[in-house]
Design a protein around this ligand. Structure first.
Ligand SMILES: [Zn+2]
Ligand SMILES: [Zn+2]
Length: 123
């Protein structure tokens, strides 16, 4: 049977969350004690192409936005420590494989699948 590339489709599935939890490699950058980002690599559970996702840990708070726009390093560092203490997160990963799927909209990549990984770190 020919292995045809599936068309782009925005979709998600609880089964993919489980598959991805087994097959994904999760790294905390620059280190586990004071992470600035979660880096997830591994095969997409839908199209099985290699995919990678970077989840910045500071972008999620409005305070982080304000700190960055004001250029306050001290505030950013303080927020970094708060983020590090809050040491788990459900990361939504969107397929970003390098393979061109049919019907992919402009400025998009991957197959459109998304899944959720629970990530925890520190003690
Ligand atoms: Zn793909
Ligand atoms: Zn995919």
């Amino acid at each position: 049977m020919p292995n045809r590339t599936q068309p782009y489709e925005v979709s998600n599935s609880v089964a993919w969350n489980k598959d991805a939890a087994k097959s994904s490699l999760v790294e905390l950058e620059p280190n586990e004690n004071d992470p600035a980002a979660i880096v997830v690599t591994g095969p997409c559970p839908r199209c099985h192409h290699d995919s990678a996702h970077v989840e910045p840990l500071l972008l999620f708070s409005n305070l982080g936005e304000r700190a960055r726009s004001s250029g306050s390093d001290l505030l950013l560092q303080a927020l970094g420590r708060v983020a590090a203490k809050n040491s788990e997160r459900d990361v939504e990963v969107i397929c970003a494989c390098g393979v061109a799927h049919p019907s992919t909209p402009d400025a998009r990549r991957g197959c459109g699948a998304s899944w959720v990984l629970h990530v925890s770190w520190g003690s």
